[in-house]
Design a binder for this molecule. Structure first.
Ligand SMILES: [Zn+2]
Length: 343
């Protein structure tokens, strides 16, 4: 029994559906590795695409079928279906790690569960399944979520770069944790908002709290505008806010109603208000803007740092609050290594 088959059967015994994936094989001459498939180097997912026709849809926990697969392809990499027993946070390259580090120390995001170092230099942090599908966490660049319908490669699969997938914290070393609430917030779809116009920017107004804060700030700025600058201020403030409407953080109709009300209250002409808002809206909707995580959390971060001295990061994936964005003592950087259709 090869280590790969052994591992595949071990995952299946835990209820994780498994399927075989192409592997890196030595090119003639033995100097470098290439995908085991005949497609050649132009194929963009070497040693990551499935050996079975339907890919992850063919994944199974049936030991007999798994045995047949790995007897046919003893070197096959081990692909796992996500969303059944676990979901995975896929940290892709140094940029993904930097995004997480920027987020983690301020938002108390910990990754206490099973953790894989991917063969290409990335990480997969395993969590209990969320029921969500594959999606990037909002605002975290180069980080991805593998949930229902998704898949990842698992140890001891090998990467075409020559590295191997390995456990930094194994399944027997840590239980699968729930997804931290702050991360879950970034994964949940933005809820559809109501179109009922409201007169105030209060907690009952639809939209993301950050968006509501921006709206309240811009309405206040408009309220302070001097007579000569009222129309220009309306244009500038409304443009800013419509950008968050474009990214789904605020409701279009509510924003329009709120600006109209404030603009009329400071004495602008209704026709002028209509024209200016229409123009600001067109420009704003064409330039979506999401929640800037760094800004959002920096206040918390400062508060937190003043309370707790930093401790040096130990071995590998300390994404806990002790890691600083600069990451002097923290290790690894990333590159995506999952086996879903895209890279
Ligand atoms: Zn291939």
């Amino acid at each position: 029994m090869t280590a790969l088959l052994d591992a595949a059967l071990g995952y299946a015994a835990r209820g994780i559906p498994v399927y075989p994936v192409h592997w890196p094989r030595l090119l003639p001459g033995g100097a470098s590795l290439a995908c085991s498939c005949p497609r050649g180097p132009s194929w963009d997912r070497p040693a990551k695409h499935p050996l079975v026709r339907h890919g992850v849809k063919d994944a199974t926990t049936d030991p007999g079928r798994i045995g047949r697969w790995w007897r046919r392809w003893p070197q096959a990499n081990v692909g796992l279906a996500t969303g059944v027993v676990f979901d995975a946070l896929d940290v892709d390259g140094p940029a993904g790690l930097a995004a997480l580090r920027q987020f983690a120390p301020t938002a108390d995001l910990r990754l206490p569960g099973p953790l894989v170092a991917t063969g290409g230099g990335g990480w997969h942090a395993w969590f209990r399944p969320t029921g969500l599908g594959n999606r990037p966490p909002r605002g975290l660049a180069h980080v991805d979520w593998r949930g229902r319908g998704g898949c990842v490669l698992a140890p001891p699969s090998r990467h075409v770069s020559g590295g191997s997938y390995r456990w930094l914290r194994g399944l027997d070393q840590a239980p699968l944790p729930e997804v931290p609430a702050v991360l879950r917030d970034l994964l949940d779809p933005v809820l559809p908002t109501t179109t009922r116009p409201t007169r105030t920017v209060g907690p009952d107004m639809a939209g993301h709290p950050y968006g509501r804060r921006v709206l309240a700030g811009e309405l206040a700025a408009l309220g302070r505008a001097t007579p000569r600058h009222r129309n220009h201020t309306l244009n500038r403030c409304a443009f800013k806010v419509y950008r968050y409407v474009a990214s789904g953080l605020l409701d279009d109709a509510e924003v329009t109603a709120a600006f109209t009300q404030t603009a009329l209250a400071i004495g602008l002409d209704p026709a002028e208000v209509g024209r200016t808002l229409a123009s600001a809206r067109t420009a704003g909707l064409a330039n979506p803007r999401g929640v800037p995580l760094v800004a959002w959390w920096s206040a918390r971060s400062r508060r937190w740092r003043s309370r707790s001295p930093s401790t040096p990061c130990a071995a590998s994936p300390k994404l806990s609050r002790s890691c600083r964005p600069a990451g002097a003592g923290c290790s690894p950087p990333p590159s995506t290594d999952s086996c879903s259709p895209r890279s």
